[in-house]
Write a protein that binds this ligand. Structure first.
Ligand code: NAD
Length: 289
């Protein structure tokens, strides 16, 4: 098994910033990348907020926050990610063309031994891996949101993923303090195939005027014991991400995943949930963690 020292995280949004945080917590040297330095700084702001909550709850020791932050470098230059990197975890938007283009570039620029992982919520790992000349070293590591809080990660093996790559992914997840379960490489994997039906139906119920947003969510909290209602959860995930996953499952699996017109309308209007300050609900800040 190759020795993992440096981890690159590409995409510093909701998921990428969380992945960088837990990678640093696991003792790895981390480089977090996004398209420009302002977005990278926003990623660091999310990490700082999350660390301060963890500190208040006694989940990390005093001073550990500074150490976690100092292990993470930020950059908008992909060359700084790929240099001497052992594992890259991609967390850019849920779009097959974007992800395959990035994997193609990472394959050309990274050292030969580097493992390329994707945090995709639904897209075939084998299809993303096919954009590279190292499909045996590509794997799915599907973290849950918020990454520093949620313990479970789906590990997805593409058709060509080799045993060593899977073992390295398991080792890294253990060091990050995560538990994992293995899914076949089928659209939506284990979790989102279920979750997207549920969330999408909540949008349809709202769109049809059967109940208001608060009551749809309250019903799930009070009657099903869900910690969050489906509409709150959709805002938390990001409505653009929910729409991309639903569209992918609609095209790849069946009609039952057809995205709700209301979901589409909100995304078209730029109301993407917490990250933009408005989605199904309105938010005072764009705090995601
Ligand atoms: P996000 O919109 O918060 O962040 C995506 C980031 O990627 C943005 O900051 C964007 O600037 C950056 N980006 C776009 N193209 C890039 C490129 N070519 N190179 C570098 N950076 C680029 O999205 P997110 O919610 O963090 O989702 C990222 C991935 O994680 C998606 O595949 C999504 O399906 C998956 N995911 C999301 C959740 C969730 O709850 N949000 C949960 C599990 C998995």
């Amino acid at each position: 098994m190759i020795h993992i020292k440096k981890i690159g995280v590409v995409g510093a949004g909701i998921m990428g910033s969380g992945i960088a945080q837990v990678a640093s917590l696991g003792g790895f040297q981390v480089v977090m990348h996004d398209l420009d330095s302002t977005i990278v700084e926003k990623g660091f702001d999310s990490i700082k907020k999350s660390l301060s909550i963890m500190m208040k709850k006694g989940k990390i020791d005093p001073g550990q926050d500074r150490k976690i932050l100092s292990n993470i470098a930020g950059t908008s230059h992909i060359e700084e990610v790929v240099e001497g990197v052992d594992l890259i975890i991609e967390a850019i938007p849920e779009n097959k063309e974007l992800k395959t283009a990035l994997f193609h570039e990472l394959d050309i620029k990274s050292p030969q031994h580097t493992i390329l992982a994707t945090n995709t919520s639904s897209i075939s790992i084998s299809a993303i891996a096919a954009a590279t000349k190292r499909p045996s070293k590509c794997v799915g590591m599907h973290f849950a949101n918020p990454v520093p809080v949620m313990p479970g990660v789906e590990l997805i093996r593409g058709i060509d993923t080799d045993d060593d790559t899977v073992e390295v992914a398991k080792y890294v997840l253990k060091r990050m303090g995560k538990e994992f379960y293995v899914s076949l490489d089928f659209p939506g994997f284990l979790g989102n195939r279920l979750l997207m039906l549920f969330i999408n139906e909540a949008f349809n119920i709202l769109w049809q005027g059967i109940g208001n947003r608060e009551d749809i969510d309250r019903n799930c909290r009070l009657a099903f014991r869900h910690p969050m209602g489906p509409l709150e959860l959709a805002d938390f995930i990001g409505l653009d991400t929910v729409l991309s996953i639903s569209d992918y499952l609609f095209n790849e699996i069946s009609e039952k995943y057809r995205p709700s017109p209301l979901l589409k309308q909100l995304v078209t209007a730029g109301h993407l949930g917490r990250k933009t300050g408005r989605g199904v609900y309105e938010y005072e800040t764009t705090n995601t963690k």
